[in-house]
Write a protein that binds this ligand. Structure first.
Ligand SMILES: N[C@@H](CCC(=O)N[C@@H](CS)C(=O)NCC(=O)O)C(=O)O
Length: 210
């Protein structure tokens, strides 16, 4: 398998962190990483559009030559193919809870923060749009506040006592925000403590570049 990726791109970073955490647990998934440089526009090249008509990363090329183009679908595929040491949870209730946390991190924080950044300080040169940026800032602040309240019970990871996919999702968008010099955790001391602890983990040290 090949993972087409760009380290700062949050959806790609989420999959790379997932792979590194899974390997840390003892499940090494054989995947070759291929860089697609978004800042240089390589994601809109003919070669990449042939893999993924949306021209986005991550894109996973499977062994049969087909492609998956959504980060969560890529993780789902890998979790089903490599079911040992689940990155969701071992029983239905904890897996569903971890999924809920991931959806808050993705739909609430990642997507809104990415839109906020791309309409204010886009590394891809997209045009600023202040009202749209403010709208997404408000939405991501709500989601960050929600997660901040959740981790204020002292749990080590977002979904409890073990790392799950949501930890990877939130770390991925925090890195992208740092890349654009935006602090998403200004009013979230508990999440900041979680973030600092998570970044000390071997998987994060290998994967997070900023
Ligand atoms: N829903 C997709 C979103 C993929 C996506 O938007 N990726 C961004 C980088 S994080 C990208 O490639 N953006 C370039 C573009 O949209 O032109 C996923 O979860 O994989």
């Amino acid at each position: 398998m090949k993972l087409y990726q760009f380290p700062f791109a949050p959806n790609a970073a989420k999959v790379r962190l997932y792979l590194a955490e899974k390997a840390e647990l003892g499940c090494e998934i054989p995947i070759e990483e291929v860089l697609v440089n978004l800042v240089e526009g390589e994601h809109k090249s003919e070669a990449h559009l042939a893999r993924n008509p949306h021209g986005t990363v991550p894109t996973l090329e499977l062994d049969d030559g087909s492609f998956l183009t959504e980060s969560l679908a890529i993780i789902e595929y890998l979790e089903v193919r490599y079911p040992i040491l689940s990155m969701w949870g071992d029983d239905p209730a904890s897996a569903a809870y971890a999924r809920q946390i991931e959806r808050i991190a993705d739909l609430g924080v990642l997507i809104n923060a990415a839109r906020e950044i791309h309409t204010s300080n886009s590394p891809l040169g997209l045009p600023p749009n202040r009202p749209v940026s403010e709208y997404h800032k408000g939405r991501r602040e709500l989601a960050v506040g929600h997660l901040e309240r959740i981790v204020s019970d002292g749990r080590p990871f977002l979904a409890g006592d073990r790392p799950t996919v949501g930890d990877c999702t939130l770390q991925a968008i925090l890195q992208f925000a740092r890349f654009r010099e935006l602090d998403l955790l200004e009013d979230a001391p508990n999440l900041r403590a979680w973030c600092d602890r998570f970044r000390e983990r071997p998987a994060a040290k290998q994967t997070i570049v900023l």
